[in-house]
Design a protein around this ligand. Structure first.
Ligand code: FAD
Length: 409
């Protein structure tokens, strides 16, 4: 099916950010045929970012997590099937198998299966009670029960998920230690300046950050977590552990069906896989960027790809163009990121007040990315520049007296 047939049967596997977005976009573009959204979780599609932020802190109601109430799916004639997993794809018959034993035919299939946290092996304590992973609402509810003042929390991994969990735990009055195997926190995604900023921030809130230290193993008694042994020989008593060491794309369905895989489900500029009737979007999909293929694990990317795929399915020809943006909330700091910093050779710092600081990544004269802490204006200007392929004068950026809006002229 190459689009244009507004009455075709569309089946979407994965009821997360991307799956929800593609279904609603298809309807708003006037698709009239049956749309089915298959999700293996028990809740209607919801936002994940608050699971390691406001929701975990107990400052956000459950209802506010949902993109739309159940009524929306009825009104839009989106057949939402919850607690139902897709277990196989028959590309010749153009049908999928479901966990309830039934099959479902499609004209167009969209894979929006997301990603899963990398787990610690059971042999080093990954299966102990009070060891948590953060991906689903169920995960967050389990963690929230364990996050109690006075308890000792160990956070494994100094990426955004780990740092957000540390901020919440510390905010709730827990004693928090964070271990990062690399030389510095956020090493994979940010410059040393940003790492330094967040190291300081967490230290001020009493979080003990240990970099360049590996986990040797978690220790337990009777299947319950009691402590940790680190690679430098340190032993600590621990009541709760949170593992944030990265995610892997959920690509097994596509792989088993013979769809091309390369660091995720491989898609072209229209979010099509190697099978022209199957699309992939969101965390599970990899696309061409520079000399390689990347996956962007972010809300913005899930929305952009969902909208691009919907436009193509509805007969349009809108190529997907990555416009990366991301955010993180830790204590009273809102970090906003735009662009991809890969290949930068210089950081320009802009500091307007004690609280507002931004780091601008340049590759030669080209602005590549910006990390803005409590500086929405810097973020907004940088986003417009980067989205339009423009750069900025580095000395003007560094001068706190520059009105950033003039950079847009
Ligand atoms: P998901 O939202 O993971 O949805 C995939 C869905 O498919 C899941 O419900 C899964 O159970 C289901 N599924 C998988 N396989 C099957 C199957 N075979 N059958 C049926 N259903 C299946 N991004 C940001 O930009 N900013 C943030 O601050 C931010 N914070 C985050 C905090 C947390 C705790 C987490 C977990 C993520 C955060 N993200 C953030 C990332 C963002 O939430 C993801 O990039 C986004 O959810 C990806 O959407 P998706 O639809 O691809 O995947």
């Amino acid at each position: 099916m190459t689009g244009n047939d507004m009455n075709q049967r569309v089946v979407v596997v994965g009821g997360g950010q991307a799956g929800f977005e593609v279904c609603s976009k298809l309807r708003s573009l006037g698709m009239t045929g049956p749309i089915t959204l298959i999700g293996d979780e028990s809740q209607p599609p919801y936002q994940r970012p608050p699971l390691s932020k406001a929701y975990l802190l107990g400052k956000m109601e459950l209802e506010r997590l949902f993109f739309r109430p159940l009524q929306f799916y009825q009104d839009e004639k989106i057949n939402l099937r919850l607690e139902c997993a897709c277990t196989g794809i028959d590309r010749n018959a153009k049908s999928i198998a479901l966990s309830d034993g039934s099959t479902l035919g499609y004209d167009t299939l969209v894979l929006a299966t997301g990603a899963s946290p990398i787990r610690l092996p059971d042999a080093i304590g990954g299966d102990l009670e009070h060891v948590h992973y953060v991906r689903t609402l169920e995960d967050a509810d389990g963690m929230a029960d364990d996050f109690q003042a006075g308890r000792r929390a160990l956070i494994i991994g100094g990426g955004y998920i780990g740092l957000e969990a540390a901020a919440v735990a510390s905010g709730l009055g827990m004693n928090v230690t964070l271990v990062e195997a690399a030389d510095r926190i956020l090493q994979r995604v940010a410059a040393p300046e940003t790492s330094e900023y967040f190291r300081e921030l967490h230290s001020r809130h009493g979080v003990d950050i240990r970099e360049g230290v590996m986990l040797d193993r978690l220790k337990g008694e009777g299947g319950v977590l009691t402590g940790v042994l680190l690679s430098d020989g340190t032993e600590l008593g621990v009541d709760v552990a949170v593992v944030g060491i990265g995610i892997r794309p959920n690509q097994a369905l596509a792989d088993a069906a013979g769809v091309d895989i390369d660091n995720g489900i491989k898609v072209d500029t229209q979010c099509r896989t190697s099978d022209p009737d199957i699309y992939a979007i969101g965390d599970c999909a990899s696309f061409s960027h520079g000399n390689g293929r990347i996956r962007l694990e972010s809300v913005g990317n899930a929305i952009d790809q969902a909208q691009a795929a919907a436009a193509v399915i509805a007969g349009g020809d809108r190529p997907f163009c990555a416009k990366p943006w991301f955010w993180s909330d830790q204590y009273d700091v809102k970090l906003q990121i735009v662009g991809l910093s890969t290949g930068y050779d210089r950081i320009v710092t802009r500091k307007t007040t004690e609280d507002s600081i931004s780091f601008w990544y340049f590759g030669g004269d080209q602005l590549l990315a910006v990390d803005a802490m409590n500086d929405p204006r810097a973020y907004m200007v940088a986003k417009r520049l980067i989205d339009n392929g423009k750069s900025a004068d580095a000395s003007a950026v560094a001068d706190p007296d520059t009105d950033l809006k003039t950079l847009l002229n």
